[in-house]
Write a protein of this length. Structure first.
Length: 139
């Protein structure tokens, strides 16, 4: 399989095999009006297999914290004029705002709709976060 390189855009690389579609959906890439390639199970010396997402539009703003939550270790490369101009290695974020939703019915965020759902990382090994308002845990 051969996928053309992009001249100006974004490449999300080193996605764990099988997680590319989840990231594609979470970022809402289906609503964009540009060329997007989702490559699944691409051979990789480092990872065995990996997924890659190529977006042929450099104006897209990606939330690196969300990407870090979905799959820490992803790399995001910005391509301009066919060359990598910026590269980011995402990691598990210390704090998530409006990414996870608190499931505790007694939490203030369930009654006060305008309050942000804020979670802080408690355990990076298990990827466990806790609601800052009620201490409920989420993964």
């Amino acid at each position: 399989m051969n996928v053309d390189s992009i001249k100006n855009g974004i490449v999300i690389d080193h996605i764990k095999a099988g997680k590319g579609h989840k990231i594609y959906n979470f970022l809402g890439l289906d609503s964009l009006d540009c060329s997007i390639a989702l490559l699944k199970n691409v051979p990789s010396e480092k990872m065995g297999k990996k997924d890659i997402i190529k977006i042929d539009d450099e104006s897209i703003v990606l939330d690196l914290e969300v990407l870090g939550y979905l799959d820490p270790g992803i790399t995001v490369a910005i391509i301009r004029d066919g060359k990598v101009t910026d590269k980011h290695q995402v990691k598990l974020p210390e704090r998530l705002v409006n990414v996870l939703k608190c499931k505790n019915p007694r939490c203030i965020v369930t009654t006060e709709q305008e309050i942000d759902h804020i979670f802080e990382l408690v355990d990076s090994e298990t990827r466990t976060y806790r609601c800052i308002y009620c201490d409920s845990h989420a993964k």
